[in-house]
Design a protein around this ligand. Structure first.
Ligand SMILES: NC(=O)c1ccc[n+]([C@@H]2O[C@H](COP(=O)([O-])OP(=O)(O)OC[C@H]3O[C@@H](n4cnc5c(N)ncnc54)[C@H](O)[C@@H]3O)[C@@H](O)[C@H]2O)c1
Length: 253
């Protein structure tokens, strides 16, 4: 491949928000690498987009594998301008019924996994003197929502990690931001959101609907693109139909 003008890697790129981001970036002319632990979904992505996307199997909690595959992709692209950390899992379980193993697993993937890949990409971007990292936090990490003891803790950690890395990496020309989505219709949500949860979200969201993966991808691409968001770093951008900012609302849904 010829030296790319702009290249980005998306973890969790085979599904949901990550997949929508991969497809937007391809449409915007980026060279894109998608990393995911779901190899069948990666194969479907390759079938759909052919050589316009590089794919790699990765469990983001595997430090050695992440360092290796991110370096390999960056080398193939000749540069690395963006990293999107969309790999993540959800859990909706009452606090007193959540096991320590479940709590650790959610934090390991959502927090430590995000750290591992952000650090790997950040080291490459430091050499280059530029780059942008976008993490996926959540409204569940900003407010106390039922059943989110592990998931909410993980996303709160992603938000502060984003701000700390923005400070540490600014001197290398690297911006670090996060989007904090509200409920978005993706395979993850289809697994964990019962009809009751859907009604509750509609009740607490001024726009009264779920977001689409592409609406989140659009905000991610804004934060990746230095020509649009060049002075934005350490920001946690809610993309949530108004959930995080809402106060008292009418109760009719
Ligand atoms: N959908 C929502 O409502 C919502 C809201 C707020 C935040 N988020 C966050 O957005 C991100 C993407 O979620 P989504 O809804 O698109 O989910 P999704 O399940 O559709 O996609 C997540 C992808 O991450 C991959 N993944 C999971 N664990 C991994 C691991 N250890 N290593 C590598 N890949 C792994 C999965 O295989 C999957 O392809 C997650 O971090 C999630 O917490 C989602």
């Amino acid at each position: 491949m010829a030296k790319a003008e702009r290249a980005a890697i998306v973890t969790g790129g085979a599904s949901g928000i990550g997949l929508a981001t991969v497809e937007r970036l391809i449409g915007d002319g980026w060279h894109v690498g998608a990393l995911d632990r779901d190899e069948a979904a990666l194969a479907r992505l390759r079938d759909r987009h052919g050589d316009t996307v590089r794919v790699g199997a990765l469990d983001v909690t595997d430090e050695g594998a992440a360092d290796h595959v991110i370096a390999e992709m960056a080398q193939a692209f000749g540069r690395l301008d963006g990293l999107v950390n969309s790999a993540g899992i959800g859990l909706d379980k009452p606090a007193l019924e959540t096991s320590v193993a479940e709590f650790r697993k959610v934090l390991d993937i959502n927090v430590t996994g995000t750290f591992i890949t952000a650090r790997a990409a950040g080291r490459i971007m430091k050499e280059q003197g530029s780059g942008a990292i976008v993490n996926i936090a959540s409204i569940a990490g900003m407010r106390g929502s039922k059943g989110r003891v592990a998931y909410g803790a993980s996303k709160g950690a992603v938000a502060i990690m984003t701000q700390v890395m923005a400070v540490d990496l600014a001197r290398y020309g690297i911006r670090v931001n996060a989007v904090a989505p509200g409920p978005v219709d993706t395979p993850l949500v289809q697994q964990v959101h019962t009809p009751q949860v859907r009604r509750a979200y509609a009740h607490h969201t001024p726009m009264r609907r779920y977001g689409t993966p592409d609406e989140i991808a659009s905000a991610i691409c804004f934060l990746l693109d230095g020509s649009q968001s060049g002075y934005v770093t350490g920001a946690i951008l809610p993309v949530d139909g108004g959930f995080a900012g809402a106060g008292m609302m009418e109760i009719e849904v």
